[in-house]
Design a protein around this ligand. Structure first.
Ligand code: HEM
Ligand SMILES: CC(C)=CCC/C(C)=C/CC/C(C)=C/COP(=O)(O)OP(=O)(O)O
Length: 306
């Protein structure tokens, strides 16, 4: 049973509040935000920079808490999510809601005061995008939920970049586009092996609605479309050879891992190994790609390469 009553004493400790922020997923969200900040041309005071990253972490965590407040009932029915603080009965639902609102509002206000209101507005849009547009509106309604909703997770590098430069130019939009195109293969690879969970709770994820075959084709299509987008910082002249070589190698590996997932029809014999491999690699891919962007920028700035 899910508790919604404030008066019920539930011994949720700090670990439950931390779990509400989806800390493991958010490491990559925060990392891409940090990379956007470090790769941007110009400089930012280190203390302000640290506050910006903290606000991205807190805002994303707040949005994740609101996601779990709203989805407590369906989380309770899925194996992967049943042990979360609310469905497991360790936290009152209203506490998660209040915590989510406090983190979200607090992060936007502090961001505005520290880094300006354009940066804060972008953070606010990404929070509303994840907690409301994706969670409440798209996710229960359409199999394109994560294609459109994935935009929420694409904001952090844009936010980090704009905190430094003060305006939205082509390059931060390219960084947004990289994560936007990356999200479908990232999530659908996983959705293929947790399909039954989503089917059980009536969430129209792509493999449930369009079937496995179509989802597999779409994973491959997005992985191929991601290649020119991932290389864009280089051919648009905003990144050098270190980034170009890294992006090319990562792209080859990503497409190579997507091919067996995209082309096969039956996966029963190997317990979905290629799908699990692609999902795991998708995370490494984004860490290394954004890390390469920063390494490239720092090395060129330091004059180590002409
Ligand atoms: C709508 C878009 C997305 C959906 C639906 C999605 C969904 C998921 C799911 C269901 C998991 C499994 C772990 C869990 O149960 O929490 C996961 C893992 C993960 N996701 Fe995503 N994801 C999305 C976008 C992103 C974005 C934008 C990032 C970061 C930039 C990201 C980073 C990660 C990471 C790092 C993990 C591994 C966490 C771990 O090791 O436990 N995801 N994702
Ligand atoms: C700055 C800011 C607000 C960033 C937002 C970052 C963001 C949207 C990340 C998306 C990652 C994520 C946890 C998806 C889970 O989908 P789900 O919630 O459908 O997964 P679930 O089934 O595990 O609940």
């Amino acid at each position: 049973m899910i508790t919604t009553d404030h008066s019920v004493l539930i011994p949720s400790d700090w670990r439950d509040f931390l779990a509400l922020t989806k800390p493991r997923v958010m490491t990559l969200v925060v990392f891409t935000g940090l990379c956007g900040l470090l790769a941007a041309p110009g400089s930012i005071h280190p203390v302000i920079g640290a506050i910006v990253i903290l606000c991205i972490a807190v805002g994303a965590g707040g949005a994740a808490a609101l996601n779990q407040w709203y989805e407590a009932e369906i989380d309770a029915q899925m194996k992967r999510t049943a042990k979360r603080p609310i469905p497991a009965g360790r936290m009152a639902r209203t506490d998660a809601r209040d915590f989510g609102i406090a983190l979200s509002a607090g992060s936007v206000i502090v961001m505005g005061l520290a880094a300006g209101w354009l940066t804060a507005a972008l953070l606010a849009v990404s929070i509303v995008y994840y907690a409301v547009v994706y969670t409440i509106w798209l996710k229960p309604r359409t199999p394109q939920n994560i294609v459109v909703g994935g935009g929420a997770g694409a904001f952090p590098p844009l936010i980090g970049w704009v905190a430094v430069t003060g305006d939205v130019t082509l390059m931060p939009i390219v960084l947004f586009a990289i994560i936007f195109m990356w999200t479908p293969p990232h999530f659908w690879a996983l959705a293929l092996f947790v399909k039954t969970d989503y089917a059980k709770v009536g969430i129209p994820m792509m493999p449930v609605v369009a079937g496995e075959k179509s989802t597999r084709r779409q994973i491959l299509i997005y992985a191929v479309l991601l290649v020119p987008v991932a290389l864009a910082p280089w051919y648009l002249g905003s990144a050098g050879l270190i980034y170009a070589v890294s992006a090319a190698l990562l792209s080859i590996a990503f497409v190579a891992l997507s091919v067996p997932v995209g082309l096969r029809t039956s996966a029963e014999e190997d317990a979905m190994k290629p799908e699990k491999r692609l999902f795991a690699f998708s995370i490494l891919y984004l860490f290394v790609l954004f890390g390469a962007l920063v390494a490239d920028r720092l090395i060129y700035n330091a004059g180590l390469i002409a």
